[in-house]
Design a protein around this ligand. Sequence first.
Ligand SMILES: *Cc1c(COP(=O)(O)O)cnc(C)c1O
Length: 588
Amino acid sequence: MPKIAAFKTPSYEPLPHNGVVAYFSMEIAINPGMPTYSGGLGVLAGDTLRSAADLNTPLVAFSLLHRKGYFRQHLDEHGIQTEDIQPWVVEDFCTEETPRITVNIEDRIVTVRAWRYEMVGRSGHVIPIYLLDTDIPENSPWDRTLTDHLYGGDSNYRLQQEIVLGMGGVRMLHALGQRVNVYHMNEGHAAFLTLALLESQLGGGPLNRVSPVDIEAVRKQCVFTTHTPVPAGHDRFSIEQSIRILGGERTARLESLGCCHEGMLNMTYVALRFSRYCNGVALQHGNVSRAMFPEYRVDAITNGVHAPTWVSPQFQDLFDRSIDHWRRDNLFLRNAIEVPLEEVIRAHAQAKETLLAEVASRTGLVLNPKVLTLGFARRAATYKRADLLFTHPERLVEIAKAAGGLQILYAGKAHPQDFPGKEIIHQVIEKAHEISGADLRIVYLENYDWDLGALLTAGVDVWVNTPRRPYEASGTSGMKAALNGVPSLSILDGWWIEGCLEGFTGWAIEDGADDIAEADNLYAKLENSVVALYNRGAEAWGKLMRTTIAYNGSFFNTNRMVKQYIRNAYYPMSLLPLSEVEEEVAAK
Ligand SMILES: *Cc1c(COP(=O)(O)O)cnc(C)c1O
């Protein structure tokens, strides 16, 4: 096969930089064997670090160790979810660091250590990820559990974890001798890092001496990304709780500096207040965030996924053979428009077979590789409306019959305390039992995680997403699908507003007045566009897969996204003429 691009380029890309970035995130999907993430936020953090390593970015990362993980999901035959802990062997992945630091929590001094994981980029550049751990003998039995459970416990537990992450992280960074110029808060969980920076700016002096100059010194170093318009996604603590756990003086100071909202200490406001640059995670999310926080300037950098992590082995092989440099610069995936159709069709058929084999081995159910197969997998949050497809079950049965068969694969966990989310899983599974038959096969797969996500997004024919607008800040699973030539059928929310080219990358479900109207629009698009095209045969479908890769795979990736962070958030100074930078700063 002819290679498309034929010029010589260097094997690495030197990037402009003014120093080291410290990236803080409550969850990071580091390695499929480490249950240190729960969903989209953690996967995005992991993909960001993988691309930053590929791009030789000088960056170090901080998170908590999460010894007992998030949770392993079990679903019984009625769709009732139960949860198990996910202990993992830390020493198999990480090395213990020598320094120990302490943080004050309530009236206690808690000792913290760090474990180092090395994330290695494609040309050998290493990004160290430090996972903070309080499970050491000098701590009380309670404090030893503080870094065990991701999103576990109550809000007291969460506040204590956030002190370990933010304040502990900065102190550990200093103890490790790392010199950092940029601190990136990936979501508000890590916002106490600004408090540690402020205290270090004051040289241990009392917080009530803080001056505008001190605040500016902290702001100059900090960057903040907000990730959701859903209120529950923004951590808030009562003033009483904050005084008790964080301390009276710190609470008073944060309050006087505008970090409280509606009478609560609000981690998003802490982060906004102390950052020189803030952004949302897609164009629309930028707009929504500006409306939520009108007193702050909020940019948008659209999310992506790490292509080599999420492209199936079959498509990786095809891209390696036919698209020069795609690993170094994902923008070259635009050249997928010239990859032979039969190769695209074959690569997808193989990924579908791999997925169906996994379904058979997990459930005993043998699905038909020729039949149109839809995928829907994500956290079972209510706004994502996993049950929308079941609004009129008889319509779904009708469509399946007319299509000559339809298969739907579901997966997703509900947070252990999210009872409405659990009820949605239960409803989907009960309805699936009721209406599954010869033409319509519906399977809910247990324990959605990285590995299952990779198989599903690569192996189904269409990726479905039905969020209630405008709550999907970005969404990233559809981007994984796009890189594998899998089009989306989705509500125009989050990234899909930017990614939907009707008939070329998938289809938009039209907005409706309510859930019922949107369900009707979903059925109509499924029947008239999706099924109709699928039944026109492999060639027509193959062309759709190819344009999906070319248009969306080439853009919705973290290779492009990290470059945008570098140029707009981390080091704007290194690229703009100084006068322009000063104007920008003055304008704020
Ligand atoms: C990609 C991914 C997500 C995020 O998917 P969304 O579409 O953003 O909801 C969540 N969980 C897992 C396991 C993933 O791989």
